[in-house]
Ligand binder design. Structure first.
Ligand SMILES: [Zn+2]
Length: 285
């Protein structure tokens, strides 16, 4: 069975001028509808669930629209958009689906910009962190976005139940994730490193934790690693198919949450390849 796509058209209703704009998701969902995926409508996350990942004063300020930086504007009603995106990640965790929503989340730390980064990198609420916290199971978070998920690392650093594994471009925004620290495994790669180097790094990164202890796999699914996109590592549709196969081979309940990827039609094709590879290898659970 195909992985369900969690999606609401409401995520298209803000920020049309920004690179993190509606076109990246609108086009992707068109591609996935054509390919016959089933879609499910999310509900906003409860405020108590947001507080599992974020400080109360940050959530309070976000609600009031009092958070602003050069990357991450205080759009009208941004709290509601962010809450819906977090709720979609929570639904994806429940139904083992793919949350195709914006805003993205992995740069949002406990109190905003994370680990000394200058901005929140288009992120407001850390969607995958909220979903993992609500599930409260031993979890592997695999971050395949081209940028380091500094917010996710900050939230889960030292958490004995969670392993965070990221393969990303460096030097690049946000400038973190150069070394592995405790439960946070980081593999920085040079720009346009290419599929062979990427898949070898992924394999090494995945040797750092005990799969037997993992009950849930959460994938921060960014596609800005695609050749020519914002954090290009020179990857192709075939690379995402291979990544999907590797994730499927874990044989664990798995969900996916959209992060970056700024060319909508290509995002849709890459998501299809990732999920097709995943389904090829995922045993019946
Ligand atoms: Zn990114």
């Amino acid at each position: 069975m195909k992985t369900p796509i969690v999606y609401s058209e409401r995520c298209l209703l803000y920020g049309s001028w920004h690179i993190e704009g509606p076109q990246r998701v609108r086009k992707a969902q068109e591609v996935l509808r054509e390919k016959g995926y089933e879609f499910q409508e999310p509900q906003p996350a409860a405020e108590d669930d947001l507080l599992l990942a974020h400080d109360a004063d940050y959530v309070f300020n976000l609600k009031k629209g009092l958070v602003e930086d050069p990357d991450t504007p205080p759009y009208g009603n941004i709290f509601e958009f962010a809450r819906l995106s977090a709720g979609a990640a929570c639904l994806a965790a429940k139904v083992h689906g793919f949350s195709l929503m914006r805003p993205p989340g992995h740069h949002a730390g406990r109190n905003g910009a994370a680990l000394g980064a200058s901005t929140r990198g288009f992120c407001y609420i850390n969607n995958i962190a909220v979903a993992v916290k609500t599930q409260n199971k031993p979890t592997l978070i695999l971050d395949i976005d081209g940028h380091h998920g500094n917010g996710t690392q900050e939230i889960f650093m030292g958490d004995p139940k969670v392993w965070y594994v990221s393969v990303h471009r460096h030097p690049h925004y946000p400038g973190t994730g150069m070394v592995t620290e405790g439960n946070c495994v980081n593999y920085p790669l040079e720009a346009d490193a290419g599929e062979k180097v990427y898949l070898a790094a992924l394999e090494k990164a995945l040797s750092h934790f005990n799969l037997k202890k993992v009950e849930l796999v959460a994938v921060s699914s960014g596609f800005d690693t695609h050749d020519g996109d914002l954090a290009s590592l020179g990857l192709t549709e075939n690379t995402y198919r291979q990544i999907g196969r590797r994730i499927g081979a874990f044989g664990k309940p798995t969900f996916f949450v959209l992060e970056g990827g700024y060319r909508g039609e290509q995002n849709g094709k890459d998501i299809d390849q990732l999920l097709t590879g995943f389904e090829e290898k995922q045993p019946k659970l």
